[in-house]
Design a protein around this ligand. Structure first.
Ligand code: BGC
Length: 946
């Protein structure tokens, strides 16, 4: 049997009209049954209009279970019959079919049979799935049953209570029996209901067979290819269509159907943005409960108590700091559409169908919604939106409204103003609102921080469609944002829409050229990796006065604060795809040095100590305590005072940036400030013991333990910080005695060594803590309230996230594989991954030590963390640290990439580490001003590896 890669692996065939010519027998049986009934009704008055055995057969009964067919046809003719009569019509049709079958026998389509045989010869599994109760009997009598691994017919449908087409149940059952995921399969159908069912079941390729006049309907229902006969289908053609589909799908994130419960999660996932701003993916006509926010990087205001902290359940206290919280601004894409004064939205009963598709390649969100209002009026609304990546001050939106079956008046209102401003956007007041023809201006100001924001929209209308371009400027961009937004809007011409769209597409293409990761054989992984890169790109600004918050510009969690996530988890992605952005993240820290100096002084220390949670000035904005909404229980938060490793994390990132970019100007300028000011902090923060220096009273990465001494991670990072600062200071000829002191402290700083089992103690006394049994699976379902068991977990051997295991990620060559493995085996079972930062680090380390199953499990968990909302908090924004962590796990963990003078190299074991089903990985990595392509490919069977 031929070995097939990630491509087409199984095919499902409908029977009637695809394999057998029984469709014509069915059509004739329906005609005779319905015509009898229709004739009788006509005799009691009314006109006699016979059943159309082509058009009506295809539209209402083809492919459906019998009774469903009767019902659909009667509904279409507006005939109401009692259930009993419906059943009897179905029976009569069946008897008639049997009679015709006996008279005419089963005829087949030889081209379909040839195709099935060819597929089977290639090792592709085949199934036949039909709603007909006679399926098996027909196939048996035509001696075709041996052509299929699985055969399901109407009897199976009835016996198992599965719903008929267009519901995907029966296809999915076949996939289950074939033990094959739908994404690896194709479906061949001649009925619209069957095509719809295949699409709903997420089968990768759907082929429509048009036996006459049905091509357009099949294509509209979602068939990828429509042919008049299977003779037009070669295996090569199918394979290539299959790959095309997979490729296209891997560039999109799609949602089918409206689900109120998941709407806020969707709003986070479907973010559009460009680093300057982010607009949540709310529907164009937002629901009353939606969080339809626009966020602009760097726009903070005083904390408002009503907004959640890191979880919906957690509240942080109000504070006086005018830059405490990222400001949610009103949704700029808001539309109000009505048909004869009835609003088209999903909050009322009007919404019928919803399809959203995020095109990551172009950074554009497409939405198609179908509404039904009074009198069965159906109206389709298609919209597209993006935030230009080429001009950060531009938002583009296109709307096309199609009344499907009516001529009623459609009205479309595009007012920018939020009808519920005060409740939803408490940080701002509206200073001016001017609507003037196709132009509208809104001017807001934040209440405590005094930022000004101006949006000016220009609209071009045609019948039932419009294009809108919105210009956005703030007082952070220049002294007069109103003038800037107005000038940009006034200069626009109608064809600028297409030009701006084109420029946006080109800028995205440029990004993907540098950042795309191809995973041959696993389109779904490729898609999830792209989802991460997409959001990381959306998060990164051109403005060096801002960094990236823990949830980017995608949601309200963590109040938009910047953590170590930016330097340790995200920065490597930028460093190797677009180094300027990595530089910007570091310049942000440089920009906030004064705040960090104030903080160090507040601790009675010298130099600079970066805020654990940072916004505009660098002053720490970590809440002093948080409250659990449901119980009112309050707990102190120690991280603001104790999680000082952030300071060394910044220095580490600055050094790595220089090593990987060769940007000497940076190192000699802002880099030196960062390294030296932080080293000064450490030199004053350490305490002298008998033989060593120590760092006492800290929180390490694992936030379940506070006030601990000599946290291995913190001390290791501080030592690196001191040591590199000393090297640099010597090189730059700075104060030599200070540099000598840093070297001396670095050398004598206590860094816990591996014990006799190779395990590094997380902090002084960790090994003596109480064991806390958290059974296997429970570790992956952390209750949001675990933090609130504060006193208990502080004394237990339970970790929130990777702590010691961060070290081999950041210093891969400093540890032997045996030591890394010993630490993984010790810490992994006692870590509950209460932080989204944890799984990707575990994936990286497990990959390195050859713990394949763990590596793949943690990678999966990380890849689908937001897409499947596994932590239950993606509603409050996506998790960019996980995304950056995934990228590192792949590059440094699975591929074992190291850099030398000639560029990146994957290590020798990389191919063995590739997860199950991956044929190869290709990506580009920037290093010392050059971009290198790196390819790791599993050798094909029989191929000798190079
Ligand atoms: C984690 C921190 C992280 C923060 C923001 C916390 O839950 O413990 O390591 O920096 O979330 O993502």
């Amino acid at each position: 049997m031929a070995v097939r890669g990630g491509w087409l692996q199984a095919a499902i065939f409908d029977m009637d009209g695809v394999i057998t010519r029984t469709d014509r027998l069915h059509a004739a049986a329906w005609k005779s049954t319905f015509d009898d009934m229709l004739r009788q009704r006509a005799e009691h008055g009314g006109t006699w209009q016979p059943f159309d055995e082509h058009a009506e057969y295809r539209a209402y009964v083809d492919g459906k279970p019998r009774q469903e067919g009767v019902r659909t046809f009667l509904r279409a003719r507006e005939i109401t019959l009692p259930e009993q009569e419906i059943a009897s019509l179905a029976e009569r049709k069946d008897a008639m079919f049997e009679q015709l079958l006996r008279e005419k026998g089963v005829q087949t389509y030889p081209s379909t049979l040839a195709l099935i045989e060819a597929l089977r010869a290639k090792g592709i599994k085949t199934a036949v799935v039909t709603s007909s109760r006679h399926g098996r009997e027909v196939l048996r009598s035509a001696k075709l049953i041996a052509l299929f691994d699985v055969c399901l017919d109407g009897n199976d449908l009835a016996a198992s209570g599965l719903k008929g087409k267009p519901n995907p149940d029966i296809f999915l059952r076949a996939a289950e029996l074939l033990e094959m995921p739908p994404r690896r399969m194709m479906v061949v159908e001649d009925a619209v209901a069957g095509v719809q069912a295949a699409r709903l079941g997420n089968f990768n390729l759907v082929v429509g067979i048009d036996r006459g006049g049905n091509a357009e309907a099949l294509a509209r229902a979602g068939a990828d290819i429509v042919v008049t006969d299977a003779a037009a289908l070669s295996i090569d053609r199918l394979d290539s269509a299959f790959r095309d589909r997979q490729e296209k799908a891997a560039w999109r994130i799609e949602q089918e159907g409206f689900d109120a419960a998941r709407e806020r999660q969707m709003e986070s996932l479907f973010l559009v943005g460009n680093g300057y701003l982010g607009v949540r993916g709310a529907l164009d006509t937002p629901l009353p409960g939606s969080q339809a926010d626009l966020f602009i990087a760097g726009l903070y205001d005083r904390k408002r108590a009503a907004l959640p902290y890191s979880e919906i359940e957690f509240l942080a206290p109000e504070r006086d700091d005018p830059y405490a919280e990222l400001v949610p601004l009103p949704f700029p894409f808001r539309l109000a559409i009505s048909v004869e004064d009835v609003a088209l939205d999903f909050s009322a009963n009007a919404g019928r169908e919803l399809r959203r598709s995020l095109d990551m390649r172009q950074g554009t969100l497409h939405t198609e919604a179908v509404y039904e209002t009074e009198g069965g009026r159906r109206t389709t609304v298609r919209t597209s939106r993006c935030a230009s990546l080429a001009n950060a001050h531009v938002l583009l939106q296109e709307v096309v409204i199609t009344p499907e079956n009516h001529w009623a008046t459609v009205s479309l209102d595009v007012a920018l103003i939020d009808p519920d401003m005060a409740a939803r956007h408490p940080h701002i007041e509206c200073i001016a609102h001017i609507a003037n023809g196709d132009m509208e201006l809104v001017h807001y100001a934040t209440r405590a921080s005094g930022f000004h924001i101006c949006l000016v929209s220009r609209v071009w209308r045609e019948t039932n469609s419009l294009r809108r371009i919105i210009s956005v400027f703030t007082s952070r961009d220049g002294v007069d944002p109103v003038a800037a937004a107005t000038a940009q809007a006034e200069a626009l011409r109608p064809d600028d829409f297409v030009r701006l769209l084109g420029e946006n597409g080109e800028t995205w293409a440029d990004f993907w050229f540098r950042a795309d990761v191809r995973v041959t054989g696993r389109a779904s992984v490729e898609q999830a990796l792209r989802f991460g890169s997409y959001h990381l790109r959306l998060a990164a600004s051109d403005d060096a006065r801002v960094s990236i918050g823990a949830r980017t510009l995608s949601g309200r969690a963590y109040e938009g604060h910047v953590f170590w996530d930016a330097e340790i988890f995200m920065l490597p992605f930028y460093l190797h795809t677009d180094p300027r952005r990595a530089r910007n993240l570091l310049l942000y820290r440089h920009h906030t040095l004064d705040g960090a100096r104030r903080r160090a002084r507040g601790f009675g220390c010298n130099g600079a100590c970066f805020a654990w949670e940072s916004t505009v000035t660098g002053d720490d904005v970590t809440p002093s305590h948080i409250t659990l909404k449901s119980t009112g229980k309050e707990i102190p938060i120690y991280t603001g005072r104790q999680q000082i490793h952030i300071t060394a994390d910044v220095a580490y990132a600055a050094w790595r940036y220089w090593e990987m970019s060769g940007d000497d100007d940076f190192l000699a300028g802002p880099g030196a400030d960062l390294l030296c000011e932080t080293a000064r902090f450490w030199a004053s923060r350490v305490v002298r013991g008998d033989r060593h220096y120590h760092i006492r009273g800290v929180v390490g990465p694992d936030e379940y333990h506070h006030s601990v001494n000599d946290n291995a991670y913190t001390n290791w990072m501080a030592r690196f910080n001191l040591d590199r600062a000393a090297v640099l200071a010597k090189q730059l000829g700075m104060n030599q005695s200070e540099a000598e002191e840093w070297t001396a402290i670095a050398q004598a700083l206590y860094v816990p060594p591996p014990n006799e089992h190779g395990v590094i103690e997380q902090f002084e006394g960790f090994f003596a803590l109480e064991d806390m049994a958290v059974p296997g699976e429970a570790r992956f379902k952390v209750p949001a309230g675990r933090l609130f068991e504060w006193e208990r977990i502080n004394h237990a051997k339970l970790l929130k996230q990777a702590d010691v295991l961060m070290l081999p990620l950041l210093f891969p060559d400093a540890f032997t594989d045996a030591v890394v493995a010993a630490n993984y085996r010790y810490y992994e079972p006692i870590t509950d991954h209460g932080s989204s930062l944890s799984p990707p680090v575990h994936a990286a380390i497990a990959a390195r030590i050859g713990a394949k199953a763990d590596a793949e499990r943690y990678l999966k968990q990380s890849l689908w963390l937001d897409l499947s909302d596994t932590m239950g908090n993606s509603t409050l924004g996506v998790h960019p640290a996980t995304m950056g962590g995934i990228w590192q796990a792949l590059v440094f963990g699975f591929l074992g990439v190291r850099f030398d003078d000639s560029g990146p190299r994957a290590d020798a074991a990389a191919t063995e580490r590739l997860p199950e089903g991956w044929e190869g990985v290709t990506l580009r990595l920037a290093h010392l001003g050059r971009t290198h392509t790196l390819e790791v490919r599993r050798p094909a069977k029989g191929e000798v590896p190079p």
